[in-house]
Design a protein. Sequence first.
Length: 288
Amino acid sequence: MALIETQNLSYIYSENTPFEVRALDDVNVQIDEGEFVGIIGHTGSGKSTLVQHLNGILKPSKGKILFDGTDIHSSKDYTRSVRFKVGLCFQYPEYQLFESTVYDDIAFGPRNMGLDKDEIDAHVMKAASFVGLKEEMLKKSPFDLSGGEKRRVAIAGVMAMEPKVLILDEPTAGLDPRGRQKIENMIADYRQATENTVIIVSHSMEDVARLADKVIVMNKGKIELCGTVDEVFSGIDRLVEIGLDAPQITRIFMDLKKKGYDVRTDIYSVTAARDELLSLLKKKGVQV
């Protein structure tokens, strides 16, 4: 049984008004425990609307969302419990920091869970460790931190609830390359340490190719493609048609193939690119 499942999920903004917009249209998807899922799509494709349904922030216009086989809107108590089990970190979460210290911001979720002081402290310290925040930083005001540090504090606040599912909406948006790399490494380390389900929403094909096991492609409120990285990215032409672009490293190998080089085109990461180029050089008798 899937950990999260949507059944004929549809959502309409401003329903029955002149401004009505169908953001999701009959979406059926299953996410298993322990999966690392990347959700990609152009702006307005329904990515963020979909993940805001997965922990009950939005209620479907039609259809259901199941968590562990139970409709998350079956009761108010169950909806509330799911919001702790499915932690959602919005895009630019640093804008939602409001406590006087980093510690208190990270502790906000565990406090709302009703944990005692010692449990809250343990959750905060564990989450701070995941995102690379040193103990002395916990005493600072979050507003004294850099943009990348604020982002890590906000993500730690969701991790501190120890959810079974961690959802991150555009976690590297607006960061410089070094900040992006830190966040990506942090997410990978968290998933490896906890073996929890992780879902990232991204417009970056490169990020998804590096991190995800499974990819969901959204287009005009529908699931356009769903499968492994190789299965989805092998349909590059279709992805380009719906407004997405192939990872830069993939385009390089596609160009090499067109120029007559005997290389694979299912290359989505620098590591895979290095291995393929070394293999090509060896075929040509070059010592490497």
